[in-house]
Every structure is written in C-alpha cells, then in structure tokens.
Design a protein around this ligand. Structure first.
Ligand SMILES: *[C@@H]1O[C@H](CO)[C@@H](O)[C@H](O)[C@H]1NC(C)=O
Ligand SMILES: *[C@@H]1O[C@H](CO)[C@@H](O)[C@H](O)[C@H]1NC(C)=O
Ligand SMILES: [Zn+2]
Length: 427
C-alpha cells in the first residue's frame, strides 16, 4: 500500500512538484500525509502509468482487454510493430556482443525489455517447449517492464534488457549451450529480465540508514535483491504464465530464480568468486550435474550484471555516465538530509573516471578473469579486450583531470572488505 501511494505524483496548486518515490524511498510517509490532505489543498495528479500501478485489479482489467484484443488502438507499443523495420533487423543480431541496446530501446519506443525477451523466448524455443500462452507471456513482460522505474538513470528496464541480452550471449557459449536444458534457459532469461525489478535507485546502506520498510522486511540482508526476487515472483503468479505447470515445478522455479537473483548482490561477490576459483583450480565442474549448471548460471548472471565495462567504449561510456548520475543523486539526497554521504556518491570529490577504474580493478577484472578461465572463447577475449581498452581510456581522462594518473578510488577500499578480492589473479 505504501508502495502504491508512493508512486502517486503530488502537485500543489502552486505548482510545487515533489520528486517521485523511486528517487526518495524514505519519503513514503510524506506521500501518505500528502495523500490524506489531498482533498483540501493539494491536488493529486496521477499519471496514466501510475493509475495502472495503483491497483492491481486495474492492471488486470487493462491486461485482459489487451488479451481479448479489444479497445487497444494501434500503437507502436505493441510487439508486432516492434518487429517492423530496424528493430526487427537488430533482433537478427541479438547474439552480437556489440548489440546497441540504447538504439534498440529507441527503435522499440522504450519497449526494449518486452521485445527483446519475447524474441529470446521464441528463439530458444521456450514458447513451444513449455506450451506458453503468448498473450500471457507478453502480459507478464509488460508488467515486468513497467515495474522498473523509468526515472532511474541506471537501474531501469534498459539495464534489465541489456543484462538479458548479455545473458543470451553467455548461454550461447559452447560449454553452456551443449549442456543447458530448456528449463535452465527459461530460468536464466526470467532471472536476467527481473533481476533489478522495482529498484528504488538507491543502494542498500541508504535503505538501512533511512529505516526503509524493505530493510526491516529483509533484515538488512540482500535487501534489494530479495525485493527484486519477491517482486518477480509476484508478477509470475499474477500473470498465470505457468499456471499449467505443477505446483511443485512452480515452487522449484521460484526458488531457483531466487538463487540466481540473489547471486547478483555485489557485496557477496567474493564468496561466489572463491567458490568459482576453487572449482576451476580443481577442474571438477561437471555440467551434466544440475547443481553445477546452476552455479555456472549464477556466475553468468553476475557477469551479465556488471558487464558494462566489457562492452565497446561507446556503450560502456554511456552506462558509466548513467550509473554515476544515480550515485550522485543519492549523494545529493544524503547531503540535503544530513545522512552522511555514501562512498562513491559525492559529486564534489568523485569523478566518473575514478569510480570506473576502481570498479574495474576490484570487481570486474577478477570476475571476468575467472570467467575467461571457465569459458576461454572469442567472446571472453573480446570482453577482456574492451575491459583493458576502457580502463586505459578512463585512465587517460583521469590524467587530464588531475594531472596524476594511477589513482584507485579510495572509496573502494572503504567498501565492505568482502568485495575486495583476496588475491587478484587473472588467468
Ligand atoms: C489498425 O491497423 C490495421 C492494420 O494495420 C488497420 O486495418 C486498422 O484500420 C487500424 N486501426 C486503427 C484504429 O487505426
Ligand atoms: C538493521 O540495521 C539498522 C542500522 O544499523 C539497525 O538499527 C537494525 O536493528 C538492523 N536490523 C536488523 C534486523 O538487523
Ligand atoms: Zn543489475
């Protein structure tokens, strides 16, 4: 209820417009207050999108009208139209590492997540294999896309589409493609598409220090990831996409999607990485074993989630700008409310270049180094190649800005020591 109210855009007669809940999670209670005084002085205006989010039965109605093909005017939002022209052309190369998700998002009118995921379900034969109702699938994907906050500079549906596209590239790698079952592919794509669902645009420490209800609900542990997972489960159940499967299978699906999404908690990276490393050292990974396959899929999703620095410079740079904008926005709120500015969030002391170099050094290089040991393919070499070039480019920017290169952002050193690799080692 809090979440729904929080999404209402509030506007006073004087034209003052507060920012939306997505960017100010702690402000939920203010929104409730404003909501109750709405009748007297404050005019509450609800955008079309938020009306739909307000009550899930309204969403239900809309979907079922859509379902029956009535009252929905011809609109460029509809998937059939996405298949026209350039977007369709791009989908033919959906397995290319150079795939430009920003362009694809523009060509599909902001529907990249729906179009791309639907296409991948089709491409992998999942619709046929699991006897999926394509209208239910589309409805599910539309709900997923809408539950991302489009006002987040980074954690929005385009990031989810990008991660899903990267996941598809990894699923195609020879080692995986020859051992994965349709079930594995299904879970991987759903987990990738939903892994940041309803992300509020701030990080876990922020939610904890502002006593956000999600921090309480999930006891300060993988707060965001648990929320993404539970939101995904909610939409899966609401869509009825798998209603024809046994309860046992649906429960298994929900818990396995949870294992995949929870693996994207970056503060747990070191645990996953040391497990990965010891498997590779012992050479005992056996992909006929379902548990081993699921562990590899967790690693693949982790890679997909932080693969931005492994893309071409043009794409990578745009992601860097977006994520920094989101960090700095959090820092601005923290300053305004004297909450203590989180590491990497202070626009006075941080730069994109410093943040990126730290991120690459401590998180991306160790992970992709091990991934390349596991899957030593052209794709892995391409990714490591971009990573090296992009890091060099940011170092160039850093030198121009400060006149002294080779600084690694000290903020990374202050972060949870779990994040720091004990023994950075690239294959
Ligand atoms: C919708 O598109 C169809 C076929 O493309 C066309 O026949 C129909 O007239 C269109 N309807 C509206 C309301 O534009
Ligand atoms: C979560 O962290 C806050 C702030 O450190 C603390 O006050 C609270 O007791 C913690 N909650 C749980 C369940 O650990
Ligand atoms: Zn993510």
């Amino acid at each position: 209820y809090i979440r729904m109210l929080g999404d209402v855009r509030v506007r006073s007669r004087a034209g003052f417009e507060t920012e939306r809940r997505g960017s100010h999670p702690y402000i939920d209670f203010l929104f409730i207050f404003l909501f109750f005084v709405a009748n007297s002085e404050i005019e509450v205006s609800v955008s079309a999108r938020n009306v739909r989010r307000l009550l899930s039965f309204q969403r239900y109605l809309r979907s079922s009208r859509f379902f029956r093909g009535i009252t929905v005017p011809n609109s460029s939002n509809i998937l059939d139209d996405d298949y026209n022209g350039q977007a369709k052309c791009m989908l033919e190369k959906v397995g290319n590492w150079n795939f430009d998700i920003f362009l694809f998002d523009r060509l599909t009118n902001g529907n990249s997540l729906v179009s791309l995921t639907f296409h991948l379900f089709n491409l992998h034969g999942l619709i046929e294999h699991f006897q999926l109702d394509t209208m239910k699938l589309r409805r599910f994907l539309v709900m997923v896309q809408e539950d991302y906050h489009s006002q987040n500079p980074y954690h929005n549906a385009v990031h989810a589409a990008d991660v899903t596209q990267a996941m598809h590239c990894y699923l195609k790698e020879p080692k995986l493609s020859k051992s994965l079952t349709p079930w594995d592919v299904l879970l991987s794509l759903i987990a990738a598409a939903t892994h940041d669902l309803d992300h509020p645009g701030v990080n876990q420490p922020f939610l904890i220090k502002t006593n956000h209800y999600l921090a309480t609900l999930y006891k300060n542990t993988s707060v965001l990831e648990n929320h993404h997972w539970r939101s995904a489960v909610g939409l899966l159940r609401e869509s009825g996409l798998f209603a024809h499967m046994s309860l046992e299978n649906r429960q298994l699906m929900e818990s396995q999607i949870g294992d995949l999404i929870l693996a994207t908690d970056i503060s747990q990276q070191n645990e996953y990485l040391s497990m990965f490393r010891s498997h590779l050292d012992r050479g005992d990974l056996c992909l006929e074993n379902a548990n081993h396959r699921h562990f590899i899929l967790q690693m693949a999703l982790k890679c997909a989630d932080i693969c931005n620095p492994c893309r071409t410079w043009e794409l990578s740079k745009q992601w860097s700008e977006k994520v920094t904008e989101e960090f700095f926005h959090q820092g601005d709120i923290e300053k305004k409310y004297h909450l203590g500015v989180s590491p990497l969030c202070d626009r006075q002391t941080e730069t994109i270049a410093n943040i990126q170099i730290g991120f690459m050094t401590y998180l991306v290089e160790p992970l992709f180094g091990e991934w390349a040991r596991f899957s030593n393919t052209r794709l892995s070499q391409t990714m490591l190649g971009h990573l090296g070039l992009n890091k060099a480019s940011w170092k160039g920017v850093q030198r121009e800005q400060s006149g002294s290169g080779d600084d690694v952002d000290p903020a990374f050193e202050e972060m949870d020591s779990d994040i720091l690799p004990q023994e950075p080692r690239l294959s």
